[in-house]
Design a protein around this ligand. Structure first.
Ligand SMILES: [Zn+2]
Length: 404
């Protein structure tokens, strides 16, 4: 139950009621389509006349479309309703330290076009190159209405100003990304943290049952990000900064982190940590030969995964150490939030056969509450950050309205 915010509320009018019912109908169509009006009445518990009025409105403004006639043994054949998935397009951008992905999606979150580019070295160049690509998306589909752009960030954007406040792994500082991109594209822009985007992606498109209301997404890459959905709602915290578990210290001493502190979870459990473990394994006394020394520095995590896949002992040792620390942080999340699901996103999930059991053992040992949290690698969905940022824009229409 949420407390009513007496500084920011709207009293319910008959329009509020209609808006809520409209969203319920829209979500029921999305879930059960193709669906007849009679089935919508049954699923919603609304009056038949109300369902009829709402569907007329949704057909009128093209959120829904009518499809084939249903087959019934006798009587009038019902016309099935579908979501008009190509009514509007949403552009998702996943900005990462080295690579930027873009996608145009329809109302069902299906990708219609995709593109990617190396993340430009300056914010000005970023806005220029990204808006050029968006223009080519929209030019090819002039019949679509464009709802807006969502940008997934490797950091936290403060909610009121939507400026960067915390992005230690990105090489440049960008103020006013929202305003600049809006000017360049003439579309509304929303910024969201990448881990929050992944949590939304999993919540909306992950195929979980309706009982999953508490879900945590952990993104493992250059750093570690955490997105929290608790009681069915994304948790943002004051100034949108909630979820920075990657920068909670596991030890007082320890390697210096990009945030300036020491011993943060991410310096022990990120991809960069695994590369460090690999170098340490190679430098250990049992690996003294010159041949091994030469290989001690790996270019990237991708390479480490390849070696681990080939059975390289040092790579596997590095991966196991990373998995152990990943488990330590996940145990904290399990004890702290008791979520139904924790989903892990990142390249490391490709070796989940090896990593998963280590993680599970540590979590089991360390989380005293023994919550029945399922820890799973992100599904096959391509680009969870992109899907999630698209889900965030979709939420404006399909999510529960904020009325109090
Ligand atoms: Zn840190």
């Amino acid at each position: 139950m949420r407390k009513i915010d007496l500084n920011n509320f709207r009293v319910a009018t008959s329009e509020t009621v209609r808006d809520i019912n409209c969203r319920i109908v829209l979500n029921l169509v999305r879930k059960h389509q193709p669906i007849s009006r009679a089935d919508l009445t049954r699923h919603s518990g609304l009056q038949r006349s109300t369902v009829s009025a709402i569907t007329e409105q949704l057909l009128g403004n093209r959120w829904l479309r009518e499809g084939a006639l249903g087959q019934l043994p006798r009587g009038r054949k019902p016309t099935f309703l579908h979501l008009n998935e190509d009514r509007a397009g949403i552009v998702g951008i996943s900005l990462r330290p080295t690579i930027t992905h873009l996608a145009l999606a329809n109302l069902e979150g299906r990708f219609l076009a995709e593109d990617s580019l190396p993340t430009p070295a300056t914010p000005e160049e970023f806005v220029k190159q990204v808006s050029q690509r968006i223009r080519s998306f929209t030019k090819e589909r002039p019949h679509m209405a464009y709802e807006g752009i969502g940008v997934s960030l490797p950091g936290r954007a403060d909610l009121p100003g939507q400026r960067f406040v915390f992005a230690p792994n990105l090489a440049w500082k960008l103020e006013d990304l929202k305003a600049r991109l809006e000017r360049a594209t003439n579309l509304p822009v929303d910024l969201e943290n990448a881990a929050n985007a992944c949590a939304l992606s999993e919540f909306w498109f992950g195929g979980h049952t309706e009982q999953v209301r508490n879900l945590v997404a952990v993104t493992v890459s250059e750093g570690i990000g955490v997105g929290l959905i608790l009681n069915g709602q994304l948790v943002r915290g004051a100034a949108g900064l909630a979820g920075e578990f990657g920068h909670v210290a596991l030890t007082e001493e320890g390697p210096i982190c990009s945030c300036g502190n020491q011993g943060c979870w991410e310096v022990y459990a990120s991809n960069s940590a695994a590369l460090r473990y690999y170098a340490e394994a190679k430098a250990s006394p049992r690996n003294k030969s010159a041949h091994h020394k030469k290989q001690a520095e790996l270019a990237n995590f991708e390479h480490l995964l390849q070696l681990a896949g080939q059975g390289d002992a040092s790579a596997l040792e590095a991966l196991d150490r990373m998995a152990n620390f990943l488990g330590q942080g996940l145990a904290m999340l399990v004890s702290g939030f008791a979520p139904e699901v924790i989903v892990v996103v990142g390249e490391v999930t490709r070796m989940w056969d090896r990593v998963g059991p280590v993680v599970s053992a540590v979590v089991k040992q360390r989380s005293f509450t023994h919550a029945t949290t399922r820890i799973m690698p992100c599904g096959l969905a391509p680009q969870p950050r992109l899907r999630g940022i698209i889900a965030m824009v979709l939420q404006k229409h399909f999510g529960a309205p904020t009325i109090a």
